[in-house]
Structure formats: C-alpha cells, structure tokens
Design a protein around this ligand. Structure first.
Ligand code: SF4
Ligand code: SF4
Length: 464
C-alpha cells in the first residue's frame, strides 16, 4: 500500500483523536436536519472533528456520512502475496479501519455473503480492538441459498460470533426484491424470520432494523406500505447520479433512485446509500466526462462528485463506500470532512453529465460477486468490468477501418488476458444460466458473456 507509513497512526494517537472526536460531534442535529461539523478540513488533511455527521431519528445514533462498506476488502494478492490462502488481508483491513476510525468514520457494513464468507470475521477482528460504543456495525440476513428457518437462525447467530458483539447496531433483510414477492415470502415471511427479527429488536439485540433493496419494485412498495407495522429504522437503496433518473433505462427491472428516495423521505425513513459509484463506473468514466468534470472543478476527484451527490440529500444517514485502498479512503474523507452539499446548479450539471454517460452502453455490473462462484470457473465480474472499462475509455471498436482500431484491439486483448485467466474467460461459459437468478442488477449474464466472446473472437480474427 502506498503511503502506508505516513498514513498509519499509532494506537495511542488514534485513541487521542477519538477522544477529541467524541467531544466535537456531541449535539449534532437529526438526519434530515442541518448537519454540523466542528471544524474545517485543511488542505488535504482531515480530522475526525471535520467529518459530517447525521443523526438517526429512531435511536439518536450520530453516524458519519461516510460509511465503510466491507464488501471489497483487500486480499493478500493485492500486495503480491498470492500464496496466502485467506481471502482477506487482515493486517491491511486493520490499517484501513484504524485510519477510518481516527478520521471519524463510525459505520461499518458487512454481510455473511461478502468476501467469500470472510468479511464478517475480518470486520469483527478489526472493530473488536475498539470500545463497543465507538462504532456502529451493520450486517445482514443473507439467506440466499437456504431459506429454511434453521439455516437463517444459524446465520443470524453466527453473525454475533463473527463480529464479537452481543448486539448488532443495524440489521438488514439482505437484497429484497430479487425474485419478487415470492422470494420475500420464502426468505423472511413464511419462515417467521421477520417476526423473529422484530422481537430481537424489542429485546435490544438489534438496535435498528431495515432492509436493502434491489429489483422488483413491488417488494419495496409492499414493505413500505407496512411501515406502520414494521417501523423500519432505515432502508438501504442504490443511489447515485446515474441511477437517479436512468436506473430504469439502464435496466428495465430497476427503479429510478429519485422515486426510492422520495418514498423514504415522505415517510421520514433514513436512507443508507449503496453503490454511490455504481460499482466504480462513476469513478472510471470516459475521458470526455473526466474533462467535463475537471473543467468545472479542477481540484476535485471524479469520484468526489458522486459522493457529494449522495450526501447532498438530507434524509441520507450514511453513504457506503467499499474502500480497498488507502487512497480511496483518503479521497472520501476529503469529500466528507466536511461535506459541501451540491447546490441546484451543480445538481443540474450532474444530471447533464449523466445524460452524456448514457450514450455509452455499459453493462450495469457493480462487481458485487453475488453470481460467483460459477460452477464452470468463469470469472463473470472480471469479464464484464474489463468490457466496461474498455468501453468507457473508448477502446471498443466496431469497424476495423477505424484509425484507433489497432491500438484498441491490442488494449482489449492484452488487458483481457491480464484481468481474466484464460480458463476463466467468456468462451468457457456453457450457458447453463445458474448465475442469472443471483444477479441483483438483472443482467442476463450468459447472453452478455456470449456477446463479449463474439467480440473477442472477432478482434482475434481481426474481423470486427
Ligand atoms: S451461464 Fe456461464 S457464467 Fe453463468 S453459471 Fe453457467 S457457465 Fe457460469
Ligand atoms: S454480474 Fe450481477 S451478480 Fe455478478 S458481479 Fe455483476 S452485478 Fe454482481
């Protein structure tokens, strides 16, 4: 990791900073109200006192607007240690968490499904080094494979062990909407799990109960229509400046974030935001979009626009970012310490940027890896993301007379072999379709893989 020594602070320094943060953030306003910070970030350097905080209206939790998504944790391979067998590099996770805590981030979001089942344990190890009242931990009932009450209960209980806690601050029905009402019934209603979780909230073992949503809007609307029964403490939605008005156009089975947010707002339910960068698409944008954003604010990173967009809406409690590297964390800290909300003119500007981006036909993969593992070894997200990257960078060519053809061809093929081992490439997909029901973005994965494979073959034969 770059700047490791410079960026890591000692535990003593960290605890000192926490003490300052605790005093500085006292008395902040409610989520939906005006947020306050106790200081101003100096050039590039931020402190915990600068972090914008929001307040949960039900529990009064003072939550940092930047939440740490523990979905894309660093692996030993990231620092060239491919021999290590574990999926997660605990040492680097601890360093990231230490830095985040020292700079005012107090919300950590994990799931039994993340990082091939290792995220909860890694999160528990990192956070258990801190006093329990200094962080909020969120996890989920990710009962995608086995809907039975026994398996769901076992998953719930195991989360407490992995996280080393006796209460969970934020607990979610994970990814409702996929599979429609039938799936909601099977996973949470018919097996009595939702009733059980409501009782757990009464008993104090769950402090805030909510759900994360992707997919069939009927499920979202149904659960909100029952708000007077379930009293949702929060709802997690996918929201970013592209999905605000274009989610449905990107994928007809999705719903525009503008609608989702408005439905929560009118009921006074805090929104937790996932995919503020749309799986990296809003940080890895085409060159013309980079130029447009830089022309307006040369000093700001491309990603910071997306984070400011998500944080601007007052009903947002926290914005989750899956930060694998220290520079991602530092950039986000600069954006949110404190948050400078977008004004009307900037919001309109971002909507124009979104319209420009819609001219590029990328595949809406956000690298969540729910479709993995493929029984035939295909690395689905790596294939789709490489395609998107090349498309965004103008390296997809439809005509071999195109003056950029040779360069684009070389970039695609060399990059493909580097990003995806040969045996895991699209040509080995047998089209069994087992991955499709797991994709919350509703992507027809075998169809897209076939399309990409046809493109790769045509590049190889130089017959685009
Ligand atoms: S359709 Fe292809 S990618 Fe999906 S599970 Fe089957 S072989 Fe794997
Ligand atoms: S294809 Fe779908 S399930 Fe797989 S990583 Fe992409 S968004 Fe996630």
């Amino acid at each position: 990791m770059e700047n490791k020594d410079k960026n890591c602070i000692s535990r003593r320094d960290f605890l000192k900073t926490l003490g300052i943060a605790g005093a500085a953030t006292a008395g902040l306003t409610a989520c939906g109200g005006k947020e306050e910070t106790a200081g101003t970030a100096a050039n590039g350097e931020t402190s915990a006192a600068d972090m914008t905080m929001r307040t949960s209206p039900t529990t009064g939790d003072k939550v940092s607007i930047l939440g740490f998504g523990m979905m894309r944790l660093p692996s030993p391979k990231d620092r060239g240690d491919g021999e290590k067998r574990s999926v997660v590099d605990q040492e680097v996770v601890n360093e990231l968490v230490d830095y985040a805590m020292a700079h005012g981030v107090n919300y950590y979001d994990t799931s039994p499904a993340y990082c091939q089942g290792e995220s909860e344990r890694a999160t528990g190890i990192a956070l258990s080094r801190y006093p329990r009242d200094k962080y909020f931990v969120a996890t989920k009932l990710s009962n995608f494979g086995d809907f039975s009450r026994e398996a769901s209960m076992a998953m719930y209980r195991k989360s407490f062990e992995e996280l080393q806690v006796d209460y969970i601050d934020y607990y979610l029905l994970h990814s409702v909407g996929g599979g429609g009402m039938e799936n909601l019934h099977a996973r949470y209603l018919d097996n009595g799990m939702l009733d059980f979780l409501l009782k757990e909230r009464e008993a104090g073992r769950i402090r805030n109960l909510g759900f994360s949503y992707h997919g069939d809007i009927k499920v979202f609307d149904y659960l909100l229509s029952k708000h007077d029964v379930y009293h949702w403490d929060f709802v997690q939605i996918q929201m970013n400046y592209l999905d605000w008005r274009y989610a449905k156009q990107i994928n007809p089975s999705n719903t525009n974030a503008e609608y989702l947010y408005a439905e929560l707002d009118k009921r006074g339910i805090p929104a937790i935001i996932m995919e503020p960068l749309l799986g990296g698409r809003l940080s890895n944008v085409p060159d013309n979009i980079v130029a447009t954003l830089k022309e307006r604010e040369p000093e700001l990173s491309v990603a910071s626009w997306a984070f400011r967009f998500a944080g601007t809406y007052p009903r947002v409690l926290t914005v989750l970012s899956g930060m694998t590297r220290m520079e991602h964390l530092q950039d986000n800290l600069r954006t949110y310490s404190p948050l400078k909300p977008l004004d009307e003119d900037e919001l309109a500007f971002l909507q124009r940027v979104a319209t420009m981006m819609m001219q590029f036909d990328t595949i809406p993969c956000n690298d969540c890896k729910y479709c993995m593992p493929c029984p035939y070894g295909i690395d689905i997200p790596a294939i789709l993301l490489h395609y998107n990257k090349c498309l965004n960078e103008g390296n997809i060519v439809v005509d071999n007379q195109d003056p950029t053809y040779r360069r684009a061809r070389r970039i695609y093929l060399i990059g493909y072999d580097r990003s995806v081992p040969k045996l895991r490439q699209a040509n080995h997909c047998v089209g069994c379709g087992q991955c499709n029901p797991h994709c919350p973005q509703g992507i027809d994965i075998p169809k897209e893989l076939q399309r990409i494979d046809r493109y790769v073959e045509s590049l190889k034969r130089e017959k685009v």
